[in-house]
Write a protein that binds this ligand. Sequence first.
Ligand code: F6P
Length: 384
Amino acid sequence: MIRRIAINTGGGDAPGLNAVIRSVAVSALNRGWEVLGIRRGYEGLLEDDPEGIIKLDRARVSGIFHLGGTILGTTNRGDPFRYPVMVDGKKVPTDVSSRIVERFKELGIDALVALGGDGSMTLARRLMDRGLPRVVGVPKTIDNDLKGTSVTFGFATAVTTTTDALDKLHSTAQAHRRVIVVEVMGRHAGWIALASGIAGGADVVLLPEIPYDLDRVCEKVRERYLRRSDFAIVVVSEGAMQAGSEAIYKAGKDEFKEHAVLGGIGERLARQIEEQTGCEARSVVLGHLQRGGSPVSYDRLLAQRMGCAAVRYVGSTTSSGMIAQVGGEMVLLPFEQVVGGTRSVALDCDTMQTARDLGICFGDEPAGTFLNRVPAQGTAAAES
Ligand code: F6P
């Protein structure tokens, strides 16, 4: 019998988090349960902060579903197994997982709805091994690369922002007869680059999944200028790699942070294209613009469907796991099935084939190579 649940948000934010928080709170309150919000992942349970745990009543979640960010705050430095604890004026990585389990017991929390990516799902599962009550995860990342679910909320908003930027960059690229290289998010998977590259009419799209050959990219740029379309738009995922090279980072990883900070591939590529083709090139990094702002209606709906599904599973089963959209339905998948991996862009999926048909260059094969290739019926990898 459920009386009280908690919600937290961990990792990088994504548009739609507040819509999930509201939908979880409202549907739980409608069942007569109490709802607590934990600030910044698990931090609110550990720090001496009177607002570390907040009661999510109707007033507290009113009017938030269309807002970006998260009213609970988030962090990618809050791993409870190496939590930064001050010892002699220095932050020391410390395992505070048993303290978290104790706090859940003290607060009488029967279940946790954890909103996060692969890192948050992995933590939830490890905390359950230490005695945390059941956890139902809700998948979140603008990168759309979580295993198990065909889509994550935040992705559609990020693609909309990126496409809008590409529309704007087209006119200035054309006016100056320039190549504009746009660096977008996508650490391990290139879904944002691929989707916005098609929607925003890019000539070249470079993904982490396909190490690119600079000569192919420059060939495509030259072909554009030869055809007197005297400009080109190149979209590159931050995690893309030139064949034979590593990804480019602008800051390393410290002992508390989930990951090192990618960045710089766009500017490097612009310089290389300019040198090799003689065409003037500029680069733009869209960065965290892609994570901000109001979720588009698709993400608001998806977020609320996932939030309500999480509460339904908390109320009707005793299982833990992550909510996933599979074949249009919301299902609960065991954590073992979803953690520790990436849902990469399948190179034969329909969206990739569409891009190839349109002549978009991925820096691998010469343009046109794909046009007369007959696809084997029914073998394309599912993408949604
Ligand atoms: O995981 C989503 C993501 O948007 C990645 O594409 C990107 O590398 C990362 O977040 C950046 O996160 P932060 O700047 O918060 O460290």
